[in-house]
Design a protein around this ligand. Structure first.
Ligand SMILES: Nc1ncnc2c1ncn2[C@@H]1O[C@H](COP(=O)(O)OP(=O)(O)OP(=O)(O)O)[C@@H](O)[C@H]1O
Length: 277
């Protein structure tokens, strides 16, 4: 496996009893790269994420995180890896992943206090992180139940960032958000990626990952049927299932059509010697 990849999954198989949930899945994420995994419900997206963070045991294949092979890790080694916080998994449902009785500040600082940091240092870091996810500092004293869905989601991301992870796995990060929050969240994920955090986006919706992902892998019935640069997947999907996904994302289709029109016009202008804009 190439050492410069932050996350490397190769030929991964996962079984749940008789259900063969993942079949020969290979995927890699480089430093500061955003990779999207898209697929319909039941295609195996969450199973892949859960296998990467050690919550599901693969029946075959290999996983390496930041150059360290984790495939045969025992519980103690997983605990140590989680303590170091190199990989963080942000679950789909923020309400379920935040303790309802802890304030935003307590939720964010908890992992730091466990690591033995002082309360003062942890509180400073909480303020820094809420600013980073574009939340008002006044929300630090609120409980999760007193926040909007978009705010809660940013709190879960702030909490995941507290350990400076090299890779962040985001399970359906924008599907529960309204349009304005969705745009804001996607912009924020771009900032994170640009600052060097590797991102693995998991979603059923091609439209919500296409704008952020550098590469996209399409998961269908437990197998990756297509994998490539996001632009190629959207503009020239090869697999029939990917074509169906692109076809059912109207904004993507019209953006691709508009781009094709612009390119055709540019070519025409060049042939007739006009201004090539
Ligand atoms: N704990 C489990 N025990 C048995 N089968 C499971 C378990 N978890 C998932 N499965 C099965 O494995 C397959 C993949 O499920 P998975 O949850 O990974 O899909 P998904 O793409 O994340 O779906 P969704 O988008 O609905 O969350 C499905 O057939 C599912 O029924």
């Amino acid at each position: 496996m190439s050492p410069e990849r932050i996350l490397n999954v190769s030929n991964l198989d996962v079984h749940y009893g008789r259900t063969h949930a993942l079949r020969g899945v290979s995927l890699s994420v480089g430093p500061g790269e955003a990779v999207g995994v898209i697929g319909e419900t039941g295609s195996g997206k969450s199973t892949l994420a859960r296998a990467i963070v050690g919550l599901v045991r693969p029946s075959a294949g290999r996983i390496a995180i930041d150059g360290e092979e984790t495939t045969r890790y025992r519980a103690r080694q997983w605990r140590e890896l989680r303590r170091r916080g190199i990989v963080q998994y942000v679950f789909q449902d923020p309400l379920r992943s935040l303790d309802p009785d802890l304030t935003v500040e307590e939720s964010i600082v908890e992992p730091l206090l466990i690591r033995g940091r002082s309360r003062r240092e942890a509180a400073d870091r909480a303020r820094e992180l809420v600013a980073r996810v574009h939340l008002d500092e006044a929300l630090l004293s609120r409980l999760p139940g007193e926040l909007s869905g978009g705010q809660r989601q940013r709190v879960t991301v702030a909490r995941a960032l507290v350990t400076d992870p090299r890779v962040l796995i985001l399970d359906e990060p924008v599907s529960a958000l309204d349009a304005a929050n969705r745009v804001r969240a996607l912009r924020f994920f771009q900032e994170l990626r640009d600052a060097g955090t590797s991102l693995l986006f998991i979603s059923h919706d091609l439209g919500s990952v296409a704008g952020v992902a550098d590469r996209i892998a399409v998961l269908y019935q437990g197998e990756i049927v297509e994998d490539g640069p996001a632009r190629a997947i959207v503009n020239a999907p090869k697999h029939a299932y990917t074509r169906l996904l692109v076809g059912s994302a109207p904004t993507l289709r019209s953006a691709a059509a508009a781009r094709a029109d612009r390119e055709a016009l540019r070519e025409l202008l060049q042939t007739i010697g006009g201004p090539a804009q």
